[in-house]
Design a protein around this ligand. Structure first.
Ligand SMILES: [Fe+2]
Length: 188
């Protein structure tokens, strides 16, 4: 199940709230302008699916999001736990520090898990996403993403433009002060 943990941004040791209730998570994030949906998981994907296979499996839902949100590009990416550890660490580091994007960051997890940390006003909202979760981080929202030391996920990404996902790094060290993906998973 999805896990939402909320802290004050200067109190990483003291969670204010923690819930695995999907409706509460959608409601709390919705108040912040962050879309969160749960889709039925398609179990029949191959072990290492191509982007086309993932998009075909979720064709109806993807078409709805594209129509509603005006996306022009959609693809699916996979990270496999058997990948070379150095390659995995490199992929993990890429968005592990706080940053923003000029575009929204919509991601649907078809398999596996990853944690988005949203830094909104004076709070940090960690959304540990699992298969079936769609999270949309609005443009210009401070956030970071942790896929853990053994990245394992298949995710659909949506773009309004080719370079919409360039990271604008804030230079803040806040990400390192909060429990990481592996720690969140271990608390389940
Ligand atoms: Fe990002």
């Amino acid at each position: 199940m999805t896990l939402l943990t909320v802290w004050a941004d200067d109190e990483p040791g003291t969670p204010l709230r923690r819930t695995e209730d999907g409706e509460k998570i959608a409601a709390e994030l919705g108040q912040l302008g962050v879309r969160f949906e749960r889709w039925p998981v398609v179990e029949e994907l191959p072990a290492e699916p191509t982007s086309e296979q993932v998009l075909a499996a979720y064709a109806d839902q993807v078409a709805r999001v594209v129509d509603t949100e005006g996306y022009v590009l959609v693809d699916a990416l996979s990270m496999n736990p058997t990948v070379d550890p150095e390659q995995a660490a490199q992929a993990r580091r890429k968005f592990l520090a706080e940053h923003t994007h000029d575009d929204a960051e919509d991601r649907y997890f078809a398999r596996g898990a990853g944690a988005f940390y949203l830094h909104i006003d004076r709070n940090v909202y960690a959304v540990l996403c699992e298969a079936g979760d769609l999270l949309s981080v609005p443009a210009d929202t401070r956030h970071w993403f942790d896929m853990g030391t053994r990245p394992d996920w298949v995710a659909i990404r949506f773009f309004h433009e080719e370079d919409g996902w360039v990271g604008n790094f804030t230079g803040s060290g806040i990400a390192a002060t909060f429990p990481d993906f592996d720690t969140l998973v271990a608390t389940r």
